[in-house]
Write a protein that binds this ligand. Sequence first.
Ligand SMILES: [Fe+2]
Length: 357
Amino acid sequence: MRYITVDNLRPGHKLAQNLIASNRVLLLKKGKELSPSTIEKINSLGYQGLYIDDEISEGLEIKDVISRDLRIKTWNELQLLCLNVGANTTGGIRRNLSTLKKLSNSMVDEILHNRDTMVNLVDLRAFDDYTYSHSLNVAVLSIILGIELKLSRYMLYELAIGSLIHDFGKMLVDKKVLNKNGKLTTDEFELVKKHSEFGYNYVRDYSDITYSSKIVTLYHHEKYGGGGYPEGISGDSIPLYCRIVSVADVYDALTSDRPYRKAMLPSDAVEYIMSGYEDSFDPVVVDALTRKVAPYPVGTCVRLSTDDVGVVVRNYEESGMRPRIKLIENNKLTNKIVDLFADRSTLNITVQGIVNM
Ligand SMILES: [Fe+2]
């Protein structure tokens, strides 16, 4: 299987996974061959892309770092939390946070189990509920970075909870401003920035979450070189979990479609974050990101400097820009392998490397 964006879906592509709505209703079954009308339906549901099976991706397995079931459970719990915050039901919020704690534990376990997997960050990102998918992705990436930074099991767990609730305060910002389809006025931007304080003030009194987790809501927009918000603190004065979540937060935002811009490619997003080395982000965390995020995820079609086209079948942590590739000829996958990691000749992926097929 491989992941393609919805604009590249064609009749005849087969779904490689069940397509499930946020309310757990099965929309389309795995194996379903897409028709023009099902493609239209997928488009109208707001999906960015999905996994398909076709001749190019035959035999290609893509491992996710957490199970689909856990993704859906966590996504649903975040949605419930949002509803309870909206209705201000304290008991409900307490229950949601306690469930999220358990789910955080499972996330850490599953990611530790798959620790050798590089991020092929493609997921259930769909619908207009960016906040839940975003919080979930930020948590997954933060845990991966935490493992790379050799945090203990308990610290990973604290980091997981902090990252899941990092944008909690956004639930307390006027939805009209938050979802505005256009440039924010200065006042509106100042209001959105308040989400850090709103979130922290709200969760501060929940004694069953540790201070180290809760503080992530307050300081995840601080910058390593100073000048962030709300307090403008810098360097190691910013707690470690906040420095990790800050990188994961920006990476996920950049690689998501937003009302005001299209998603960036993983390689471009990493490049962008590297440009904020020391200034915006902790260099140690940025280094961990470059080791763990595959610029060309498995299943991506790329063009080589020889003009050959192929599909990425394996990534190497030591050299993200030089994956193992299976060549495609006449729109069919061949058995010809080009391993850019093993072969350090002048052969490489072209600058405009990704090919839509
Ligand atoms: Fe935020």
